[in-house]
Design a protein around this ligand. Structure first.
Ligand SMILES: [Zn+2]
Length: 79
């Protein structure tokens, strides 16, 4: 599938912290044990729609938060 989309807040320059609201349609193999315990396997995303992206730093959303195409340099610090 595609690369993960990255965002940048034009308001404050944030590129790392966002609240993302998305609607996903997924298909998964629901594997039940005889005791009724459920294990999800082979989950795949059939469709995904990003509803809203909000900057965690300044609270901006909508057109202020833009998608950035190519992943910059390196994922500096993850975590
Ligand atoms: Zn911001």
């Amino acid at each position: 599938m595609g690369d993960p989309v990255r965002y940048r807040c034009a308001g404050c320059g944030n590129v790392t912290r966002f609240d993302v609201v998305a609607v996903r349609r997924t298909r998964a193999f629901h594997h039940y044990s005889l005791a009724g315990e459920l294990t999800l396997e082979d989950e795949s995303v059939l469709d995904e729609q990003i509803v809203e992206v909000t900057c965690r730093w300044c609270g901006a959303s909508g057109a202020t938060v833009v998608e950035i195409g190519e992943p910059s340099a390196e994922a500096a610090s993850s975590g």
